[in-house]
Design a protein around this ligand. Structure first.
Ligand code: KG4
Ligand code: ZN
Length: 336
């Protein structure tokens, strides 16, 4: 089954063709990073307009001469995300579905992130613990089967990616902040600043990154008040170390308490090389199945949307044409 996926939840416009939920036939992506960069964050109205301008040309490029003739179903990101941005992808998906009589599937963006590793031949095994770490979410879940899952923990304030973006902005490193901050950290001393590990002793599986962000701002201000320059590489390295510690501590606690052997990861922050290497060390292959997507599938992409939609259609669960985008779409029951 060949599914067309459409992703427009935030600042990447993406379309992809995926076969049987596991093979990416082709994909196209247009990033709006340069558009939002000067504002230090995503401007929702600009994002919607850019999706509107870019989506159809991307789709035409993806499909080429055969057009939609070989496509069996169409999937779009239903939420969570920016409402104006989501509406653009939903409108196109519904128009295609209605015009050609193709099944329609509205996918949960966070579930699609977790599914990303399955696009490179890996499969979910249960019970599994999943961690989505993106610009908008930090979410820990447990899944018992495709039909049954529950949220274990989430952030009480900023998402981890948002903290990377805000700290990078504070250090004048640009937007989105994750990649330049990681680069700056490469030349810094991670032991120079002892930043707090938020909610490390809270006894639950929730996260908090706002105290860490405040500590970084304070450290930079202290350096300035002493008449020293702000040591961006040392601050970046110490901050990155703290985020990785926090994520690993909560994930390890969840895996232990759920007695899970499979750990699934997704979201833009999973591109981070320090985080990837710590995850690989904490969950070695002789004891765990670590489903970690390649970097190009960690960030927002349409292949994960089309891939996950296949599992809904396989169970005969398409959506009606009035399945509207939902900017605050909740996690819900199953994994699809
Ligand atoms: O999943 P994603 O592409 O979009 C959302 O759904 O939010 O994640 C984007 C986030 C941004 O906050 C970005 O700074 C972060 O992922 N990110 C990184 C890295 N690459 C992207 N954070 C840390 N290290 C990276 N290498
Ligand atoms: Zn995302």
């Amino acid at each position: 089954m060949k599914i067309l996926g459409i992703e427009t939840s935030c600042d990447e416009t993406s379309v992809a063709l995926v076969e049987d939920g596991a093979r990416i036939l082709d994909s196209r992506l247009s990033s709006q990073a340069a558009l939002h960069g000067p504002f230090g964050g995503v401007v929702p109205e600009l994002a919607s307009r850019a999706h509107l301008e870019n989506l159809l040309p991307l789709l035409e490029e993806l499909l080429g001469e055969p057009g939609l003739s070989g496509v069996d179903a169409v999937a779009f990101t239903r939420g969570p995300g920016l409402i104006g941005a989501l509406l653009v992808g939903a409108a196109l998906a519904k128009a295609i579905s209605f015009a050609l009589g193709l099944p329609l599937v509205g996918v949960n963006h966070l579930k699609a992130h977790l599914y990303s590793a399955c696009l490179r031949g890996q499969e979910f095994e249960f019970p599994l613990v999943g961690l989505v770490v993106s610009g908008g979410h930090t979410l820990l879940i447990e899944a018992f089967s495709w039909d049954r899952s529950r949220v274990l923990g989430t952030t009480r304030d900023d998402a981890a990616g948002e903290a990377f973006d805000k700290v990078a902005c504070l250090l004048g490193l640009g937007y989105p902040g994750g990649p330049p901050l990681e680069k700056a950290a490469g030349g810094g001393n991670p032991g120079r600043f002892k930043f707090p590990r938020g909610m490390g002793k809270s006894g639950d599986l929730d996260f908090s990154f706002s105290g860490l962000k405040t500590a970084v701002r304070q450290a930079a201000a202290d350096c300035r008040s002493r008449g020293e320059g702000v040591p961006a590489p040392d601050i970046a390295a110490s901050f990155q170390e703290a985020v990785v510690d926090i994520l690993l501590a909560k994930l390890s606690a969840a895996v232990a308490s759920c007695r899970a052997r499979t750990v699934a990861l997704g979201g833009g922050v999973i591109c981070n090389r320090l985080l990837r290497s710590r995850l690989q060390a904490a969950f070695p292959p002789d004891r765990f199945r670590l489903l970690i997507p390649p970097p190009e599938l960690c960030s927002d992409n349409a292949a994960m949307v089309a891939g996950l939609a296949y599992h809904r259609l396989r169970r005969g669960l398409p959506d009606p044409l009035d399945a509207d985008p939902d900017p605050g779409l909740a996690w819900g029951e199953g994994l699809f």
